[in-house]
Design a protein around this ligand. Structure first.
Ligand code: UDX
Ligand code: ADP
Length: 477
């Protein structure tokens, strides 16, 4: 099976970067990325490569090299399905909001729609690849839909056939390009060796063969969920230990360093923070919980659900301690929030700890000034479900003292942003926050001023030397 044309359905955080790297590494393959969202497609086709819809270090350069040559973005979903040898399904699979499995199971309506489009418009033999993270046995759904179409058509013309493979993506946002270029492994689950080889041959252009793993399709789907569940579980574990550190005089950084030296544990993913965010961890664990319950494995379900519960508890622990240290009331108090993205080097805010923490503080009557180098005020408005103040009028400032919280976008990280702040809370580990001049900041703040560092990126000595009160996660010393 020689692959000449790829179609990727979904131009999001997974589809966009993955297809860009494939196009860059396989100049002999035409890569068509399609999406129903025309705005998103227009952004991918933006003249200004700095304004692509997704910010990832190194991505703009790749798109610049390939776009218009063998990488194309369009809304021509049906046309591109028709001519593709291989179709990647990279659409969103958020947690269901209503109906059976609401709050836990993945909503597969977008995947089902894709499968139906592929069933109707594909021609000849097509390999269909699940790229999105999906519940175990989703391939069965896709196969059933595709099979139904071939049964009806092939009985007359005999021209349409499909193979379904699972090829989950393990890239992390913020390091997507380097994760794609140097993956720990590429996982391909499926039955038909020819189809598996055809997909492997694409990756072999830049990934060493021993890193390309072949499994059965269900193991591949489950391995993706398990991988995210294990990573999230490590973060909940270390965050739970951070609370013990704060109570006992231990320091979570020292604990992490000590346990990370054990080669069986390893040193990665042991940074205590404000709680994990991102579109995958919570969704995938809840999926696992749903799966376990479905099979009557209630203890297994409870075990994994506790990882998500600890995460929510840890986020509320941070808002509570800000409130407690500011004498139990935030009414009318200005707090500067440094960082809103769920981690540095991305503009993504999905499930960001900042959302719940900011909502908690606003509920307590705080006036937040939120800075993030990549997240737009429009996105923050959507996430908080609340418009920002245009200018604080007298009535509004009186309202603030009545305990009605509010927020404003702090576009520039200049010294004025800290004027009259009671506290500063670091929520994302953007490097620019660690070079702030705390002595200058202290002069602008209302005393006693508080600095809360949920990411452990600030120099504690410099903050303390500026006569500011300092809290950082997991520091009981
Ligand atoms: C994750 C997986 O890493 C990736 O393999 C998968 O394909 C998608 O889900 P992502 O959500 O992009 O990637 O980011 P990741 O780097 O895993 O971080 C997730 C969250 O955990 C972030 O909020 C991050 O700040 C937090 N985190 C990570 C910590 O709090 N401490 C750590 O040590 C590592
Ligand atoms: P991910 O993080 O998994 O990449 P995103 O939400 O960033 O998820 O991207 C998924 C994309 O898939 C969205 O841009 C959405 O418009 C697109 N999409 C969803 N369903 C379809 C469909 N049936 N056809 C084409 N595009 C779709």
């Amino acid at each position: 099976m020689k692959i000449k044309k790829i179609c990727c359905i979904g131009a999001g955080y997974v589809g966009g970067p993955t297809m860009s790297v494939i196009a860059d590494k396989c100049p002999d393959i035409q890569v068509e990325v399609v999406d129903l969202n025309e705005d998103r497609i227009n952004q991918w086709n933006n003249e200004d490569f700095e304004n692509l819809p997704i910010y990832e270090p190194g991505l703009a350069e790749i798109v610049k090299r390939c776009r218009g040559k063998n990488l194309h973005f369009s809304s021509l979903v049906r046309e591109k399905i028709k001519t593709a040898d291989i179709i990647f399904i990279s659409v969103n699979t958020p947690t269901k909001k209503y109906g059976l499995g609401a709050g836990k199971a993945s909503d597969l309506k977008w995947v089902e729609r894709c499968a139906r489009e592929v069933a109707s418009y594909a021609s000849g033999h097509t390999i269909v690849v699940e790229k999105s993270t999906l519940p175990v046995r989703t391939a069965e759904v896709i196969k059933t839909i595709l099979q139904a179409s071939t049964d009806s058509i092939n009985s007359s013309s005999g021209i349409k056939t499909f193979d379904v493979l699972s090829n989950p993506e393990f890239l992390a946002e913020g390091s997507a390009v380097s994760d794609l270029l140097f993956p720990d492994r590429v996982l391909i689950g499926g039955e038909n060796k020819k189809a598996i080889d055809a997909l492997s041959n694409i990756y072999k252009k830049w990934v060493p063969e021993e890193k390309i793993l072949h499994t059965n399709i269900w193991s591949s789907e489950l391995a993706k969920l398990t991988s995210n569940a294990f990573l999230a579980q490590r973060i909940s574990s270390i965050n739970s230990i951070s609370a013990i550190c704060e109570s006992t005089g231990a320091d979570v950084r020292e604990v992490s360093r000590a346990i990370g030296k054990d080669s069986r544990i390893g040193s990665k993913f042991l940074d205590s923070g404000p709680g994990f965010g991102g579109s995958c961890f919570k969704k995938d664990i809840l999926n696992l919980v749903y799966l376990a319950k479905f099979y009557g494995l209630n203890e297994v379900a409870d075990f994994w659900e506790s990882v998500v519960n600890i995460n929510a508890w840890h986020q509320s622990r941070i808002s509570q301690l800000v409130i407690k240290n500011l004498f139990g009331t935030l009414a009318g108090k200005k707090i500067v929030i440094l960082g809103f993205a769920f981690k540095a080097n991305t503009n993504d805010t999905r499930e960001s700890a900042a959302i719940q923490i900011c909502k908690d503080l606003i509920n307590e009557g705080a006036y937040l000034v939120i800075n993030d180098p990549k997240v737009s005020p429009h996105q923050i408005t959507n996430d908080l479900g609340m418009k920002q103040l245009s200018k604080i009028s007298e009535t509004e400032s009186l309202n603030m003292y009545d305990g009605l919280g509010s927020w404003n976008y702090g576009e520039n990280l200049d010294i004025e942003i800290f004027n009259d702040a009671y506290a500063i809370l670091v929520l994302t580990e953007w490097p620019q926050y660690s070079s702030i001049n705390w002595k200058e900041v202290a002069k602008k703040m209302i005393q006693p001023g508080w600095i809360f560092d949920s990411r452990s990126i600030l120099d504690s000595e410099k903050v303390k030397n500026a006569e500011l009160n300092f809290w950082r996660v997991g520091d009981g010393s």
